[in-house]
Design a protein around this ligand. Sequence first.
Ligand code: ZN
Length: 153
Amino acid sequence: MLLNMKTLSTLWHKKSCDKCKNEFPVHKDWVNPPTHCGPCRLISQKFVDAVEFLVKESVSEAPIDTKRTFLKLLQKAGSCYRQKKFDGENQVAAWLSTERDLAYIIWNDKNLRVTVLKCIKKLKFQRREDARADKCNEIRSARLSNRTRRWSG
Ligand SMILES: [Zn+2]
């Protein structure tokens, strides 16, 4: 056990987050260690959108218990945000601190973290697909108008 602990502490070292300055663990074998801590990474990837998607969309495959947990967390975050505003905190500051609290809770729960990260990936892919579809439509309509021009000219 002692040996394990020792091995663990030599494999992982602490790094200070470039954004919030909190320390987070980095593995010595990681080629490209992150510069931001987990919660900061969640925030920069707009994780709240993913959580809202998970809760609202009937298409999301998350188990019902996980959805319920996310719903409760969102409701709690919502009332916390309203309370902060009610207490006179600036709207942006109130939102940022609420968002950060939510990011910490999700990052520290493996199940929630994995579910949200998967969803972020999925939403990103969807957006890419949408962009691709838009591009195809653009090309198609450009071609169409060229053709029409040719016909009319
Ligand atoms: Zn951070």
